[in-house]
Design a protein around this ligand. Structure first.
Ligand code: MD3
Ligand code: FE
Length: 218
């Protein structure tokens, strides 16, 4: 038996798979699929200027590798987290946010009911098998009135959608290549995380999942 190729297996065969998760949160199924190669080529450009690295948080070394583009980038060290216009590894500004990234983020936000989204920070996450993100809130941005737009590329992942408190039992939401999720309004400060990535092979990314999150941070 040949395993299905995740690049061509499409159970929904082009049909929209838009799933409301909660008030203010919606999965735009496959929204970025048509421009996946452009996104990955552009990601490679960003990575050339600002390589992925494993940040250290007050809780230890992250299994997810990260980099940024845009006017500010999310960084962390033993003392805590912040948005910073300078990449601490290079001492230079983060790469500018590419138009193909910004245009996608703005059109996804508008499609989800958040017109006028002006992202100024894009955090790029790279998951290799077993990499995970424990339940957290994103609250380092100055403006909780703006949504966050997230784009999944490469291997599938199980996203954990918690509630407004850490103790709410999280729901599991599968996210696949090309899915875009928009989180705003009452969903903006929900707890969320990502299950350890399963081994796999994606035709465009190999054994890796990328996630881009667009934020209005500064
Ligand atoms: C819900 N990234 O970078 S994207 C993160 O798949 C992060 O790499 C995950 O959580 C990933 O902070 C999840 C979905 C996401 C991003 C931000 C959110 C969901 C969110 C902010 C508020 C609520
Ligand atoms: Fe997050």
């Amino acid at each position: 038996m040949t395993p299905p190729d995740p690049g061509t297996l499409d159970l929904f065969a082009g049909a929209a798979r838009d799933v409301p998760l909660d008030e203010g949160a919606v999965v735009l199924g496959g929204f970025a699929r048509g421009i996946d190669k452009a996104l990955l080529d552009t990601l490679a450009d960003v990575e050339r200027d600002a390589p992925f690295r494993h940040l250290v948080t007050p809780g230890g070394r992250m299994s997810v590798a990260m980099t940024n583009c845009g006017a500010a980038g999310w960084v962390s060290d033993r003392n805590g987290y912040r948005y910073d216009p300078i990449d601490p590894d290079s001492g230079r500004r983060w790469p500018a946010m590419p138009d193909v990234f910004r245009d996608l983020a703005k059109s996804a936000a508008a499609a989800a009911g958040f017109p006028g989204f002006t992202p100024d920070a894009c955090l790029l996450n790279r998951y290799e098998p077993a990499a995970r993100l424990s339940l957290h809130q994103d609250r380092n941005e100055r403006d909780f009135g703006s949504p966050i737009v997230s784009v999944s590329l490469g291997l599938p992942a199980v996203f954990l959608w918690g509630g407004q408190t850490r103790s709410d039992r999280p729901r599991r939401v599968p996210l696949v290549h090309g899915d875009v999720v928009v989180w705003g309004g009452p969903a903006r400060l929900a707890f969320h995380g990502v299950h350890p990535l399963a081994e796999g092979h994606h035709p465009l990314t190999g054994n890796v999942r990328y996630n881009l999150t667009f934020r209005h941070a500064v």
